[in-house]
Design a protein around this ligand. Structure first.
Ligand SMILES: NC(=O)c1ccc[n+]([C@@H]2O[C@H](COP(=O)([O-])OP(=O)(O)OC[C@H]3O[C@@H](n4cnc5c(N)ncnc54)[C@H](OP(=O)(O)O)[C@@H]3O)[C@@H](O)[C@H]2O)c1
Length: 100
């Protein structure tokens, strides 16, 4: 997930999953002052792919991109992107971030 998405969920990792935060400005110490073992900050999608292969390997089966916008746009073109899970919510909301 992107740094702003991480901030929007309270600067905490999602439970029971290994969380990769993408940011060029956030340090590992800032993001993870408690030293949790399921959270790492990396500076590009390419670095994240390398990290997953080298460090996580067989520990993870599937990888999910959970936003925000730029990360969705960048990752949807990847050749190993297989599925999009889209939820339609029947309501009108004011959104400050939109995906075309
Ligand atoms: N409805 C949904 O399904 C959904 C899902 C996700 C998020 N959201 C919402 O969307 C909003 C955030 O989305 P957003 O698009 O504004 O921000 P975002 O993608 O969450 O965060 C943007 C930041 O993430 C870092 N980043 C993103 N891609 C990167 C990359 N390839 N390499 C390195 N760093 C990268 C950069 O951080 P630095 O500036 O620190 O370098 C960038 O400024 C929040 O309000 C969130 O709640 C909704």
């Amino acid at each position: 997930m992107g740094r702003k998405t991480f901030e929007s969920i309270g600067n905490k990792p999602l439970n029971a999953r290994f969380n990769i935060i993408l940011s060029k400005s956030l340090s590992q110490r800032q993001a993870n002052p408690e030293g949790l073992d399921n959270l790492v900050v990396l500076d590009s999608l390419h670095t994240a792919q390398q990290y997953i292969e080298a460090e996580l390997g067989s520990r993870v089966k599937d990888n999910y991109i959970v936003g925000g916008r730029g990360l969705y746009e960048e990752s949807i073109a990847l050749e190993n992107m297989h599925n999009v899970f889209l939820t339609r919510v029947n309501t009108d909301v004011h959104a400050d971030v939109c995906l075309d």
